[in-house]
Design a protein around this ligand. Structure first.
Ligand code: TRP
Length: 455
């Protein structure tokens, strides 16, 4: 145990957990997914899933991790007695970690590029939409540059993770998240007071239920899990460094609430500005890169706000990438007996290779930008397959495992160890046994039905 490292304090753990959860998922992915999928109704379904599925699954992951002190593969192995199905699920967690790490760092690399652009004054004045579009497209279609920035992000994450748990991850999470939060509030105020912002507020706040579809609900569920870092064992791994003294249910409640709050705020920053700038909501992963420069261009001191904001987003992204990378690394260290440095070097190099097609799928390579047959970019394909679908599958099996294989009473005992209270024991048991797995299954069936069979 002592060689695995541990969190130094309760606040340290909550901040590290929140550092994992809060990242590009909130600031970049949530606004564009909301924009792509009908606005308020997506945000509403997302919120419901965060509390109905996300929160109970977070408790489940932390509990499984703390009890076994292991990475996902080791955890499933030891609690199931090595049954093949659960080996497979553990393997899926590690695989998702690899893939998500590799494309997440692509976007984080874009943000690094935007820090540079802001620093040299590109967005100091209010530019036209066309000019902003042009700047963005020529940036993301420049293969060598995006590949280099991708490498920079991977290198930074690798550096933090090879430093071990306490020294590396925790230090980064402690001070900067509150500053990011304050900046988001300021930017949201700027955004909603722009001329024409009302239309965007309406889009964000008044649900249009005709926009409900299987794919939309599946994506809202995936986004809830993605944003809370669930479904691939990040929280299992983080839980394995957690002391028995901590109250898991309370910590998870804090992490969930912070995370949801940041997503909602990011929506208030981006969507009203989209309307004010007469842009389209449905711009996919490009959205914030086309909207934020306009916001900064339209506010006094925009140069410094822009610089500060993009820098903090890199740090938020870094504390998240670090937690994703930690999963495959913990696997190689615990299960294969590699040294931490070896594991980091291996996973990071492979992730750079795997992420390269995702980096090149925004104009640098025609084929990857528009995959034949499905017509979406390689990036979007991987984002849906691993960011939404595989996390939902992972969360389903984690819920089934803790509720039906290991058992809620053993889990509750673990949560209540050292006299911790678990007031929602009954509610949690019900959610994790029935609600979470049944909803996840139902969403899959509904999506398959509405997408492939009903037409
Ligand atoms: N939750 C992080 C974000 O919103 C990303 C992240 C970290 C993640 N760990 C994860 C996503 C595990 C899925 C699974 O930016």
């Amino acid at each position: 145990m002592s060689t695995r490292g541990a969190w130094s304090s309760r606040a340290g753990f909550i901040l590290a957990g929140a550092g994992s959860a809060i990242g590009l998922g909130n600031i970049w992915r949530f606004p564009y997914m909301t924009g792509d999928n009908g606005g308020a109704v997506f945000a509403l379904v997302f919120l419901i899933f965060c509390f109905l599925i996300g929160y109970p699954v977070m408790i489940a992951e932390l509990t499984l991790g703390r009890h076994t002190q292991k990475n996902p593969v080791g955890m499933f192995n030891s609690l199931s007695g090595g049954r093949p199905l659960w080996k497979l699920v553990g393997g899926l967690c590690v695989l998702s970690g690899f893939i998500i790490f590799s494309w997440y760092s692509v976007i984080a690399g874009w943000v690094v590029g935007y820090v540079y652009k802001t620093a040299v004054g590109t967005f100091e004045t209010q530019l036209s939409n066309e000019a902003i579009d042009r700047i963005f497209s020529s940036f993301v279609s420049n293969g060598p540059v995006v590949m280099l920035l991708h490498a920079v992000m991977i290198f930074m994450a690798a550096f933090v993770v090879s430093g071990g748990v306490k020294g590396g991850i925790e230090k980064f999470s402690k001070w900067l998240m509150p500053v990011l939060f304050a900046l988001l509030i300021l930017l949201a105020i700027r955004s909603v007071t722009l001329d024409g912002a009302m239309e965007g507020l309406r889009f964000y706040l008044y649900p249009d239920f005709s926009k409900v579809s299987g794919v939309m609900v599946l994506k809202a569920m995936g986004q809830a899990l993605f944003s809370l870092s669930l479904g691939m064992g990040t929280m299992i791994t983080y839980g394995s460094y957690l002391s028995k003294k901590e109250n898991i249910a309370t910590s998870a409640a804090w992490i969930t609430s912070f995370d949801v709050l940041v997503s909602i705020l990011a929506g208030f920053v981006i969507l009203p500005a989209v309307a004010a700038m007469h842009q389209s909501y449905a711009q996919g992963p490009d959205l914030i890169f086309k909207v934020l420069p306009s916001i900064f261009g339209s506010m006094p001191g925009g140069y410094f706000f822009g610089l500060g904001f993009f820098t903090l987003v890199i740090i938020a992204a870094l504390t998240s990438t670090v937690s994703i990378l930690e999963v495959p690394v913990a696997y190689f260290v615990d299960e294969r007996g590699w040294s931490r440095k070896q594991a980091v070097a291996f996973v990071a190099s492979l992730a750079w290779l795997i992420g390269t097609p995702a980096a090149l799928s925004h104009g640098a390579t025609e084929f990857l930008t528009r995959l034949p047959a499905i017509g979406i970019s390689f990036f979007d394909f991987i984002s849906t397959a691993f960011g939404d679908i595989s996390l939902s599958i992972g969360a389903f099996f984690i819920a089934v495992f803790i509720a039906w294989i290991w058992g809620v009473s053993k889990a509750s005992n673990e949560i209540e160890s050292e006299g911790n209270s678990f007031v929602i024991r009954g509610i949690w048991s019900f959610l994790i046994k029935f609600v979470a797995p049944i909803i996840i299954l139902a969403v899959f069936l509904y999506t398959i039905w509405t997408t492939f069979l009903a037409s």
